[in-house]
Design a protein around this ligand. Structure first.
Ligand code: SAH
Ligand code: SF4
Ligand code: F3S
Length: 487
């Protein structure tokens, strides 16, 4: 309650005279540089942080030289992710040496993992804030302004930042992310996320629909619903399926997807990440019913071998996974599927690795993210298993995985050539200012001459050729933002 009163004072809405009013120490017009690393959820969180800081009078900049406050929103998923951030931090610190009044903060998963250590080791870091503590940023920054270092890494069972309207950063004005849940309860043995993001919790569906509706009204035409395991989204329902408040409707992921799809047929809906153990046919059937739910599923397998999957505590076998793939193909033959693969997990034998290659050949993913296993402190794998595959073997196996996957991707991209498909135009192609790029429903990038279309328009594009992962085409018909009724 106390926190709420402080909050209200800050926004000047209600002044409780018996409460001390926080002195305003900010210089007006301070500039914030916020950089995001890691998964889409982190990018989405940075937009919440930007919103909280905008309330405090900060505007954003991309130039460290110009920034009064630099926040790095960090990832801890693999060691090389952390190394990259440390290199960037070194650079930011070199800027601070020249302008000591600059405040440097580390946010996100590395902040949560390393906590005070970041201040002790990296003496020029002023602020360490975990993913559930962003509402506290104004207080923490005030502490720093008063000459102290500040840390808040408390994780929460409730925080979803539901009512905070994100400030869209680096936006193309067409596509946006919406976080629908936070945390993860799965405890895959290799993964640091449950430790850095805390327990799983879902966000109020009303606030999700409101945010998506608002984005559509502002001209956005695609939203991606984000969660570490979207299939376990649940509102007003316990993990055992019991309704919490009988006077309120309960909502599962398939129902949430439907609510968002119903906002407008011209608003595309995507989602990520699906978990093979939880992805239901109800979700697949909902996808079929709505043309505006994109036909693309990210369904990370991690390994093609059941014994490895057991050691990873993924909760499914190779056979279960292949059955889920068969269901997708049966219910939605035109659906694209992508995956994540880890090479060289603890105890992975040559035969087990071969099973991953054979699964890749069988499924033929449209796209995959592929990684070498990186041991993470505190995870179950670190405590229970030995990281016993040598870096050379991990590297060689990863190369083999990438080779097989590249063949599949090339094959899968070619399937679209000769067809006319609807593309949402996102912006000007990086390679040519005379071309636009957008995506088809299957999430493949399509490049074509601009003509007189605009970003945010839909175009029917005849796909004439392709590279390994990009389709090239020409516009057959444009559906402008004003003329969606003909869609
Ligand atoms: N929630 C998602 C994944 C989030 S992390 C899911 O369950 O699929 C994104 C990916 O990073 C994972 O799918 C995994 O492939 C990879 N990853 C996670 N921890 C890793 C580690 N310790 N070493 C290598 N890759 C890892
Ligand atoms: Fe990590 Fe597993 Fe949770 Fe994904 S589902 S975030 S891999 S623990
Ligand atoms: Fe990285 Fe945290 Fe996302 S560890 S992958 S930023 S949840």
């Amino acid at each position: 309650m106390e926190e709420k009163i402080i909050d209200e004072n800050r926004q000047g809405e209600i002044l409780m005279l018996d409460q001390p009013v926080r002195p305003v120490t900010y210089k007006p017009g301070r500039k914030l540089l916020i950089e995001s690393y890691g998964c889409q959820m982190n990018f989405s969180d940075s937009e919440i942080v930007a919103s909280i800081m905008a309330n405090e009078g900060f505007t954003t900049t991309r130039d460290p030289e110009e920034a009064d406050l630099v926040l790095l929103n960090t990832c801890a998923v693999r060691d090389n992710a952390e190394q990259k951030i440390r290199t960037r931090l070194d650079y930011i610190r070199s800027v601070k040496k020249r302008k000591p009044e600059m405040v440097i903060g580390v946010l996100g998963c590395m902040a949560e993992r390393l906590r005070e250590k970041l201040i002790e080791e990296e003496r020029l870091v002023d602020l360490v804030v975990g993913p559930d503590a962003y509402r506290d940023l104004p207080n923490l920054i005030e502490q720093v302004d008063n000459g102290q270092k500040a840390v808040n890494v408390l994780l929460s069972r409730e925080e979803t930042y539901a009512e905070i309207t994100p400030v869209r950063l680096n936006s193309n004005g067409v596509t946006a992310f919406i976080s629908i849940m936070r945390g993860c309860d799965n405890m895959c043995t290799f993964c640091v996320v449950p430790f850095t993001r805390g327990r799983e919790r879902s966000r109020d569906p009303k606030s999700i629909v409101k945010e998506a509706t608002g984005l559509f009204a502002q001209g956005y035409r695609e939203v991606t619903l984000l969660g570490q395991n979207v299939d376990s989204y649940k509102w007003n329902i316990t993990g055992k399926g019991e309704i919490i408040d009988a006077t309120q409707p309960s909502v599962n992921f398939a129902q949430l997807l439907e609510k968002v799809a119903q906002i407008n047929p011209a608003l595309r809906v995507r989602f990520s990440t699906s978990h093979p153990k939880d992805m239901s046919d109800e979700v697949l059937e909902t996808m079929v019913r709505y043309d505006n739910i994109c036909k693309y599923i990210h369904l990370p397998v991690q390994s093609g071998n059941s014994a490895v999957l057991t050691r990873m505590n993924r909760g499914y076998s190779r056979e279960w996974y292949l059955e889920r793939i068969a269901s997708i193909r049966r219910i939605m033959p035109d659906c694209a599927i992508s995956s994540d693969i880890i090479s060289g997990f603890c105890g992975e034998t040559e035969e087990e690795h071969e099973d991953t290659l054979s699964l890749l050949r069988k499924v033929k993913y449209d796209m995959a993210y592929m990684f070498m296993y990186s041991e993470r402190p505190k995870t179950l794998a670190e405590r229970k298993y030995e990281d016993d595959v040598s870096p050379e073997v991990k590297n060689r196996r990863l190369k083999e995985v990438i080779d097989v996957q590249m063949q599949s991707a090339t094959e899968r991209t070619k399937v679209h050539v000769g067809k006319t498909q609807q593309v949402l135009i996102e912006g000007i192609s990086k390679k040519s200012k005379d071309h636009y790029y957008g995506r088809n429903s299957q999430n493949i990038v399509v490049v074509f001459p601009k003509g007189n279309a605009q970003p945010g328009d839909y175009a029917d594009v005849l796909l004439t050729s392709c590279t390994a992962v990009t389709l090239i085409g020409e516009v057959v018909k444009i559906y402008t933002r004003e003329n969606y009724s003909i869609l």
